[in-house]
Write a protein that binds this ligand. Structure first.
Ligand code: PMP
Length: 364
């Protein structure tokens, strides 16, 4: 019999496309504002910790890392004022999301999420053969509580602050969902450090709550792949069943501990980003462009020329900036987001470059 790759692929994988991450251009002098990285390096203590872990000749690499990343879990828990059994470590928070989907969904256990939201969720759901129900925001980006509570799904993914809008929702909102949703609630807090609050401590109160976080944004470590979840220890035990045995390498574990322990450095960088974010939003208001008030390290705004705003303007603006070596994120295939662009907040110099490009584009 002839081998047929088409029929060899599992049913769920045959019907899916891979997640399309933002471009990672090699070389060139790009102002890279498309994937919400921090424009500053991590704490200097991170590099020192990696070199120490590595040893003079890299001899530590000979041995497997600690399977459960126990010291990193301690550091994660400590950062949020929790005890270590409430913490779980992942190879980036995408790993945590993937593990949660594998642990808590299948063809009979659906996932729901608000729309628009992080575009990885549908990919993870497809891979698992689980249904993903997208629940659109109500008018003016209000949370559709009733529809969420009636969504009849096993796990609800709530990105807070939201991506790609950047809108943040207070802890009362999270509590209301955790209290009334008849299933697990996963709050994806990739951008929460820029909002100034986190639902992490609520995991002591709600045993259906998982709070995911990452060092990729507010700790400047997207290249290191350190993410986490906080949840009731009983949930952590289930996540542990699903993860790769050694899901974080030695260097990542050491880096994560050093980053989380240097709270002052982390907060100082967050303050810089928040201050640039507010400045750029004032600029947008000044020129009359619409945007969602951001609680994140990015701003979703709608480029406008004269009185025209929409997908055509968003695309033209995105392309104009790209020609000028400024890379933003544009979502042409997302109905609810194709009329704007998402810009990561960079350094003061990055933002000055964008403002200059905006002024030039308006005049074209
Ligand atoms: N959640 C959201 C909402 C994100 O935008 C991202 C980054 N693309 C992640 C999670 C994953 O980040 P990481 O895997 O780098 O921790």
């Amino acid at each position: 019999m002839k081998f047929d790759l088409k029929t060899a692929v599992s049913t769920s994988v045959s019907g899916m496309a891979a997640y399309a991450p933002g471009e990672q251009p090699e070389g060139g002098s790009w102002t890279k504002l498309n994937t919400n990285e921090l424009p500053y390096p991590p704490s200097p203590k991170v590099k020192a910790a990696i070199l120490k872990e590595l040893g003079k000749r890299g001899e530590s690499l000979r041995l497997y890392p600690a399977p459960e990343s126990p010291k990193l879990r301690e550091a994660i828990a400590k950062f949020y004022g929790l005890k270590a059994p409430f913490a779980f470590a992942g190879n980036g928070s995408d790993d945590v999301l993937n593990i949660a989907v594998r642990a808590f969904s299948d063809s009979k256990r659906a996932i729901s999420t608000i729309d628009p939201s992080y575009s990885l969720y549908p990919v993870l759901a497809k891979m698992q053969g689980a249904r993903l129900k997208k629940i659109p925001f109500e008018a003016n980006m209000k949370i559709p509580f009733k529809k969420i509570f009636e969504s009849n799904s096993n796990i609800f993914f709530f990105t807070n602050p939201n991506a790609p809008t950047g809108l943040g929702f207070d802890l009362k909102t999270v509590e209301k969902i955790a209290k009334n949703f008849n299933g697990l609630v996963l709050v994806d807090e990739a951008y929460a450090p820029f909002s100034g609050f986190s639902a992490a401590r609520l995991v002591k109160k709600y045993d259906n709550l998982i709070v995911a976080g990452t060092s990729s944004k507010a700790w400047g470590m997207a290249g290191m792949r350190v993410g986490w979840a906080l949840a009731n220890p009983k949930i952590v035990e289930i996540l542990d069943r699903v993860r790769d045995s050694y899901n974080l390498d030695r260097l990542a574990q050491a880096a994560g501990i050093a980053a989380l322990n240097d709270v002052e450095y982390h907060l100082s960088k967050v303050r810089l980003i928040v201050s640039e974010r507010e400045k750029f939003q004032k600029f947008l208001s000044g020129i009359g462009w619409n945007f969602y008030p951001s609680s994140s390290n990015f701003i979703f705004f709608k480029p406008r020329r004269g009185t025209s705003e929409g997908a055509a303007e968003a695309e033209a603006f995105f392309e104009f900036l790209k020609k000028n070596k400024i890379l933003l994120r544009y979502f042409p295939n997302e109905k609810s987001a194709c009329d704007g662009v998402r810009m990561t907040v960079g350094t003061p110099a990055d933002m000055a470059r964008v403002r200059k490009a905006v002024r030039e584009w308006i005049k074209l």
